[in-house]
Design a protein around this ligand. Structure first.
Ligand code: ADP
Ligand code: MG
Length: 235
């Protein structure tokens, strides 16, 4: 993982713009010059109407998509000049994702799903991978479910497995795109507390998209995205 000091800025966007269908008659700009800095250990809620650009923003911060213009640095590394292979490496060791729909592989066990990001990483011989996945499942309270197929778990359990999987590579930044949007109140609370715990325990920087004002209030900071711009970003 890329190390980040305590009050270091781990995510910095400067004038980030994103347009889709560039050069076509249907070209639309959906992010209009975003400036944002997140310090190590910050837990930041992202709110805003559907279609305002929240997922596009997270995909860019998570190096799944590139800005059309502007600068993005992750853990001090300027990313816009990196080639795809370098971006993929940086993403693998710095970023964890949790989505609204967990994207687990239903026919794999909970343990196998958590091991997936470690496959093919030379730092993880299979025994170490197995142990780490078991430890992560324990940390989300699901040791007893490790050998169950993901499709047999409840929605809340599946999302906790997704959190464990996101943490496999000890990411400096955890991006959670409406991770509680599909859950009942109780499960949503459990998943939120889990993210909060990871954030406090490991100083993981979290960007958490939610439509739930009560959960947003429990974050360190709330930013609101409206029509592709941040309208409120108190420091
Ligand atoms: P949110 O997550 O806030 O609901 P999104 O970031 O998903 O918003 O979408 C912002 C806008 O960008 C929407 O108008 C959406 O239709 C558009 N958009 C998102 N992805 C694409 C894409 N791949 N191609 C074209 N338009 C897109
Ligand atoms: Mg979205």
């Amino acid at each position: 993982m890329v190390e980040a000091d305590n009050d270091q800025v781990v995510v910095r966007l400067q004038q980030v713009r994103k347009a889709f269908n560039v050069g076509l008659p249907s070209e639309t700009e959906v992010l209009h010059g975003i400036d944002l800095a997140l310090r190590s250990g910050e837990f930041c809620a992202v709110m805003g109407p559907s279609g305002s650009g929240k997922s596009t923003l997270l995909n860019i911060v998570g190096l799944l998509d590139r800005p059309t213009s502007g600068q993005l640095s992750i853990c001090g590394q300027e990313t816009t000049s990196l080639d795809d292979a370098a971006l993929t490496r940086l993403r693998g060791r710095s970023i964890g994702f949790v989505f609204q729909y967990h994207h687990l592989i239903g026919a794999f066990t909970a343990l196998e799903n958590v091991m997936m990001p470690m496959l093919g990483d030379a730092g993880f011989p299979s025994r170490a991978m197995h142990e780490r996945a078991a430890e992560l499942l324990g940390s989300v309270g699901l040791s007893h479910r490790r050998d169950n197929l993901a499709l047999h778990l409840s929605g809340g359990e599946q999302q906790r497995v997704a959190v464990a999987r996101a943490l496999a590579m000890r990411p400096a930044v955890l991006l959670a795109d409406e991770p509680t949007g599909n859950l009942d109140t109780k499960s949503a609370d459990v998943v939120f507390e889990l993210l909060r715990h990871v954030n406090r325990e490991h100083k993981t920087t979290v960007l958490f998209v939610t439509h739930n004002p009560a959960l947003a209030q429990r974050c360190d900071r709330i930013i609101e995205v409206v029509d592709g711009a941040i309208v409120a970003a108190p420091a």
